[in-house]
Design a protein around this ligand. Sequence first.
Ligand code: SAH
Length: 596
Amino acid sequence: MADIAAPNSLPATTSPGQAAAAAAAAPQQPEYPTSLLAGLNCIGNTHLIIGCNPLAAARCTQSLAAGAHPILLAPDNGEADQLHYALRSKVDDGSVRWEKKIFEDDDLFKLGREEVGGVVDAVFVTSGCRDPIASHISQLCRRNRIPVNVVDSPSLCTFTLLSTHTDGPLQIGVTTNGRGCKLASRIRREISSALPQNLGDACARLGEIRRRVQEADGAVLQEGDDTEESVGQGAAFNKLVGVKKEEEREELKTRRMRWLAQVCEYWPLKRLASVADSDVETILNTYPTTSTAPSPSPPASPSSSTPLGRIILAGSGPGHPSLLTLATHSAIQTADLILADKLVPAPILDLIPRRTPVQIARKFPGNADAAQEELHVTALAAVREGKTVLRLKQGDPYVYGRGGEEVKYFWENGVRGEDRVVVLPGVTSALSAPLFAEITATQRDVADQVLICTGTGKKGKAPTPPEFVASRTVVFLMALHRITGLIQELTQPLETEDGDNNNNLTRKLWPLDTPCAVIERASCPDQRVIRTTLGRVAEAIETEGSRPPGLLVVGRACEVLRQAEEGKAWVVEEGFRGLDGVLGRVGLEEAKAVCA
Ligand code: SAH
């Protein structure tokens, strides 16, 4: 695969959806025109490389790596060192063909593959724009729709090459769109050095699992699964397992595939990079296609000689490690075993000492109960062995975190009293995500109440929608995967099967122009905020894709500090401003010192 950028091929806005959002208004000129990035399948293609300098040698290497056949076009000047040593050896071993002649127009149409009538598939001019032949070749190629690249001459190129990092099947390409290849290369190096080792192998392994699961289950790929576009998850990603029987059977077929998709989404990269053959077997042997995996049974009661350990349920906050409490941080450092929810982000998992075993919940839509049971059983067994077990939960453990259920389970299984079950609060996403999106949930004279709701009830059923109160801010968790239904319930009378529309007669509906915001991955580096209205939010999510976890905030508080932009149906804001500037090295470093 060769990574290329077609310069200025399409005027792109900062986000694809913003174009749609602005469609009604005057067309927006992008601040910086960007390229269409693509991975080209070049296997068997003919690449014509004009010139024989060291750059030509590099182009030949890239071309060969992409499976193409490079032809070097340069007259032989008879000097022994005309070709770089590496290039000479490729010519000698036949992998590069050397046409010893000066360029003639006909070369473009004769040296290529038979299959395409002899036309070459791409041309690389390595001598630069000052060579008068460069602009002639560029023009000729453009006229004949042959992709052409002239070194250091963006205006003569129809495509440019990216600065790439390659590790097995993994390729990462960076372009600054002509602002400087040194800069692009520096950025690429920074990105690649931040990646865990063996990520390429992991991609190969995970790809293999995906292929085998697909083969075994005949799993139908979800929308967006077979492309690698960066629009985030399709709206179906977090779809719950249907409640009806026949739907359930269909859903079972895709169970392992969805588990795999969630592993890729939620496991820390370091963990993904170390995925081993045993993980492959575990995934393949889990969740058979015909029935739900049997639920694990609680471990036998302990022998009275082993003193009980302790279970700590702790909230890890919305994502940024600085938002951990000192108590939770200390629990992370001292626990014997950590059982983490899948939403606990990698920077927090990175704080876990190497010696501490960690298990991440195998929760994915439709499997939450089984995964919860699995964690209960593991935790109980360890507590009975006298261990201190940390159940690390995202946000606050008692805000839709099933924290109460867990406490009850341990009590019922004999782990209770004094400090056997300890619950530590966490910063909940329900209140901190609005803050990070500059939404003042209880702004005086605007909102005198905040309601935290779930968008998804038990077994995937819709909960009763909260009615409109002008001075209310509503935060919906676990709601974005069914945004269309939720908006209908909030803004339209309910269609009831039994004709009971009492609820409809008394329930006040939310106006479609109520401001709202979708906040995803709050406090993480890839935080995203979409500001819009109830009338347009479903369309905005559909267009922008989803980036779980995310929540919806509704009410006039959304527009206190941030007004809507005139003429735009929605606005997308990327990135988290970060706490590091505020905390400096205090924050986490200090927390570590205190806990040490
Ligand atoms: N106990 C958690 C909530 C668990 S329910 C807490 O107090 O935050 C899971 C839901 O929380 C997700 O579906 C999403 O709606 C929300 N959520 C969790 N983390 C989030 C984050 N960083 N940004 C936005 N929403 C988040």
